[in-house]
Design a protein around this ligand. Structure first.
Ligand SMILES: *[C@@H]1O[C@H](CO)[C@@H](O)[C@H](O)[C@H]1NC(C)=O
Ligand SMILES: *[C@@H]1O[C@H](CO)[C@@H](O)[C@H](O)[C@H]1NC(C)=O
Ligand SMILES: *[C@@H]1O[C@H](CO)[C@@H](O)[C@H](O)[C@H]1NC(C)=O
Length: 502
């Protein structure tokens, strides 16, 4: 081979391999996500009833950092055409948003259907169709009708029936327009943060008990909605249905310490495996280590049965395989530093059932205390999902960065770029089957107990102005360039001025 030929070959090879780590594969899709309660507002008009977040923010306003609530939020109930315009500008393939259960079915049951609420989502869906933006609809993104919470919410097994009925209504009413459904958003946050703690509404703080009652009913409700779709609706509507599970990815503080490595695995089983293991493994049911730890702790507490009930054979089979894709929401990584009981954890609790001490001393901080930037953790989570769940097809259904709302959001751009790059690496180097990416979030919105003090949006929203004006941040340009070229933008203007090469 001549020197020239070798040179050409090397040049081609390096060019190809470089493209591998910047260019997204054919068919990879990009979207952006929101949730009804965080953007819609219109909390008490047009037939909508009170949900758990309305209830919490109105009865205990001090529980929101800046005293705001979702009464108006981004006013998307009235301004959804602006949302669609922004989505069009971003050039996304799909828009992931959620239905407000209390807006569609004010009693939470199917005995009362609210025509104005039903029409609202038809209007939004039609506007998206006009712009060729595919809807990905989440049925439940944390805003349970308060009337169902008054019955115990997901701690009550009746929720399996109520959720199935609600899903049935949505599939029937909207299934011709929606081909991608997500049953639950982040079941961990629902069960642990809202039932086992006070971090999310309804803030029951039933630590070590309510959280496990919730997961049991929620997983059954998910499976029933899946089977209903699979058997009754899919043959006609031909769509797909999945669940979005959130991580905090746990890594051992010292990767050479085998005890910490084992403990980090326990933490990941408790966090991600709690909901993924019953659905995505051959074996089914909760992770064995979770069942064992809770049973052992329950015995030493003098209880007559474990706080975490096991699924019987019927339910193990019924829940297994009930997600066409693995939806992953990811933000950050924490370190496992040692065995023991966290001094801040309540007893009993999910935390004490893990029995690990963790630390956040890794990566750059963001505006959120729980959240630091660790792209390598994201890559490790994706590889772990491949090996733990038999290489499932994956959609990243949330990933994003919080700051205080600057328009020149270089740190957000860097976050997106590093996490998208991690995805390209695991696709190419490890064969992880990531098929699409959803950025959180379209615009700054009501960030739950942080109110508007932590902002994740591509668009800034001025909440002091009744017109809720939205202004594109620099990251909106970045995302627009990404979706247009299907490769990581190289433009120097997306880097901090101090980091530019020219
Ligand atoms: C709806 O709630 C707002 C507060 O967000 C209140 O000012 C208004 O009176 C309520 N409207 C109705 C119809 O209850
Ligand atoms: C782990 O061990 C390897 C090889 O023995 C060593 O190179 C590395 O520095 C160690 N890492 C840490 C964090 O101690
Ligand atoms: C979904 O329906 C198909 C066709 O009837 C069936 O083969 C498959 O087992 C069902 N999936 C689950 C998880 O039950």
């Amino acid at each position: 081979m001549s020197t020239v030929a070798i040179f050409v070959l090397l040049a081609v090879t390096s060019c190809v391999s470089h493209a591998h780590y910047t260019k997204f594969p054919e068919g990879f899709i990009f979207g952006v996500a929101t949730a009804a309660h965080q953007i819609e507002g219109a909390w008490n008009v047009s037939g909508k009833s009170e949900n758990v977040w309305d209830h919490l923010t109105h009865t205990k306003p001090w529980m929101v950092a800046d005293g705001t609530n979702g009464d108006i939020a981004c006013d998307s109930y009235n301004r959804y055409m602006e949302d669609v315009e922004e989505l069009t500008n971003l050039g996304v393939d799909f828009y992931r948003f959620s239905f407000s259960w209390a807006r569609l079915l004010p009693t939470g049951r199917i005995d009362q259907i609210n025509p104005e609420g039903v029409q609202y989502y038809h209007n939004l869906l039609d506007a998206l169709a006009e712009k060729n933006i595919e809807p990905f609809v989440t049925l439940f993104h944390w805003d349970l009708p308060q009337s169902l919470q008054d019955l115990g919410g997901f701690a009550n097994p009746i929720m399996v029936d109520y959720f199935r009925d609600y899903a049935d209504f949505c599939f029937r009413e909207y299934g011709d327009k929606i081909k991608s459904w997500i049953t639950f958003n982040e079941p961990y946050e629902i069960c642990e943060d809202a039932y086992g703690d006070i971090k999310k509404a309804p803030a029951l703080n039933s630590h070590g008990v309510g959280n496990y009652l919730c997961s049991h009913n929620l997983l059954k409700a998910h499976a029933e909605a899946y089977h209903l779709y699979n058997e009754t609706y899919r043959p006609k509507q031909n769509g797909r249905i999945m669940i979005s599970i959130n991580s905090i990815w746990y890594e051992p503080a010292d990767p050479n310490d085998s005890e910490l490595v084992a403990l980090a695995e326990v933490a990941n089983q408790f966090k991600f495996g709690w909901f993924a293991h019953p659905i995505f493994t051959e074996e089914g049911g909760y992770p064995a280590v979770m069942v064992e730890n809770v049973a052992q702790n329950s015995r030493s507490e003098g209880l007559t049965k474990p706080r975490l009930e096991q699924f019987d054979d019927y339910w193990i089979e019924r829940i297994k395989g009930t997600s066409d894709f693995l939806g992953i929401n990811h933000y950050t990584t924490h370190l496992v530093t040692g065995p023991g009981l966290d001094p801040n954890a309540k007893s009993p609790s999910w935390w004490n059932d893990i029995g690990a001490i963790t630390s956040l001393e890794v990566g750059e901080p963001t505006a959120s205390t729980w959240f630091r930037v660790v792209p390598t953790g994201f890559a490790n989570l994706l590889r772990w999902c491949k090996s733990s769940y038999n290489n499932p097809p994956i959609y990243i259904t949330e990933n994003g960065y919080s700051d205080r709302g600057t328009l020149e959001d270089y740190d957000r751009i860097k976050y997106f770029n590093d996490h998208l790059s991690a995805i390209l690496h695991v696709i190419n180097d490890d064969g992880v089957r990531v098929l699409g990416y959803t950025a959180w979030t379209l615009m700054d919105n009501f960030e739950w107990r942080a109110g508007f003090s932590e902002r994740f949006g591509f668009y800034h929203v001025d909440i002091t102005d009744p017109a809720r004006p939205r202004t594109a941040k620099l990251s909106a340009d970045y995302y627009k360039q990404l979706t247009a070229n299907r490769e990581l933008p190289q433009d120097e203007r997306f880097k901090k001025p101090s980091e530019r090469r020219y």
